[in-house]
Design a protein. Structure first.
Length: 407
């Protein structure tokens, strides 16, 4: 090792070499729509942290569910909602081009920001619509309600308990899959509330138009599902999580009654649609004028109109009528046109296998023998009959008096 006489190393001469030519690394070039959206956000949102986050989130051309949850939680970090934050949130959720392809995210965001009658309560306690001064904790409850499905309906059944009151059950996390081998009317098994009108309508839709069922569900990937119903010509969305009411032994008590919550073979779409329909009832329009309207309680949806349920599920117009006076040929013409048809039984049906004052889905007809095959939403092997029953037209007229059909 070389050294000087005082023991120090000699200094090296500084030599500068020319750098190799390199291209500047840049982000992926934004589309015109993305650039326009980011520019719009920058010019319209005055809250700096909200604007910056929204601009970053929109670089893929859309404000997704994840993006909006993050924006809401960014606002929560600042504490109580300010006037400017409230104005910016209303501006943001009102701009449809930011939500192209995810209209449900815009609607859920508007439910949080611009209000919904269902915001009056959260888990039974008073909440209210978003307003200036709203606490971060209460804003999170609105986010949880609409995006995460944590505002569970009160699980009160139509069954009377030993105390003389309708029994109320508790929730458990449920295992299983949303769909198993597609959808089928046989997936339905009515439980402890009188929503046969709704479940028979689901059964009929599953039979006639299964894609109308599968398209109702948006899988969020975090154990929650956003479910679509129709309010006239407009889609209405609610979110449910994967918890369902069970008895003390861990068995489902509403749709899917008798299935163990922990079973990996559970098919969940019917029970989740039923739960979502209960949550939707809190919005006040699904059962307008009927008992239980506006309540986030399971047995609040007991008893209802099949034609209304058919419309809310499918978006197609539906009509009600009395079976009396309709000929088999007319009935057969409804079936041949692919209409979804449900029947309501008499209070005291002539056929002992038919449940009184109960809704059934029409499965098929036999024009040669003039018979009609029906499905009881209690499900297959339900302890009353096989769940599927075939009647002659005369027998049908003796036990049913009401008909609902899509038109």
């Amino acid at each position: 090792m070389n050294s000087t006489k005082n023991g120090r190393r000699p200094r090296r001469k500084l030599r500068i070499e020319p750098l190799e030519p390199r291209e500047l690394m840049t982000a992926t070039k934004l589309t015109a729509a993305e650039t326009a959206g980011i520019s719009w956000i920058r010019s319209h949102l005055k809250t700096a942290t909200m604007s910056t986050l929204a601009q970053n989130d929109f670089q893929d051309g859309v404000l997704s569910r994840t993006d909006m949850i993050a924006i809401f939680r960014q606002v929560e970090k600042a504490g109580s909602l300010t006037s400017q934050e409230f104005t910016d949130l209303k501006t943001l959720v009102g701009d449809a081009p930011l939500f192209v392809g995810v209209a449900y995210v815009q609607q859920l965001s508007q439910d949080v920001v611009t209000g919904n009658v269902a915001n009056a309560h959260y888990l039974g306690a008073t909440l209210g619509n978003l307003a200036v001064g709203f606490s971060a904790a209460n804003l999170e409850k609105l986010v949880d309600k609409w995006f995460l499905g944590t505002d569970h309906p009160v699980a009160t059944s139509d069954w009377v308990g030993t105390n003389g009151k309708d029994e109320t059950f508790t929730y458990r996390q449920v295992s299983g899959q949303l769909f198993v081998n597609g959808v089928a009317y046989t997936d339905i098994r009515q439980g402890g509330i009188g929503d046969c009108y709704f479940l028979s309508s689901l059964a009929e839709t599953a039979l006639k138009n299964p894609t109308a069922i599968t398209s109702m569900f948006i899988v969020n990937g975090d154990g929650t599902y956003t479910v679509r119903f129709m309010h006239g010509t407009q889609a209405a969305y609610v979110t449910v999580d994967s918890q369902l009411p069970t008895d003390a032994s861990g068995y489902l008590v509403f749709d899917g009654m008798g299935q163990r919550a922990s079973s990996s073979t559970n098919e969940l779409w019917v029970a989740l649609a039923e739960k979502a329909y209960v949550e939707l009832n809190e919005c006040g329009w699904t059962r307008f004028g009927q008992t239980g309207n506006g309540k986030n309680v399971y047995n609040a949806i007991s008893g209802g109109d099949m034609s209304i349920a058919l419309t809310q599920i499918t978006g197609h117009a539906a009509t009600d009528g009395y079976l009396g006076g309709i000929t088999f040929a007319t009935f057969a013409s409804y079936v041949s046109k692919g209409e979804s048809i449900c029947l309501g039984s008499d209070n005291s049906p002539a056929n002992s296998q038919i449940v009184g004052d109960h809704a059934y889905a029409v499965l098929s007809i036999d024009t040669l023998h003039q018979t009609v095959t029906l499905f009881n939403p209690w499900g297959l092997n339900n302890g009353h009959d096989s769940g599927v029953i075939t009647l002659t037209w005369v027998q049908l007229e003796q036990s049913f008096d009401f008909l609902s059909r899509t038109t």
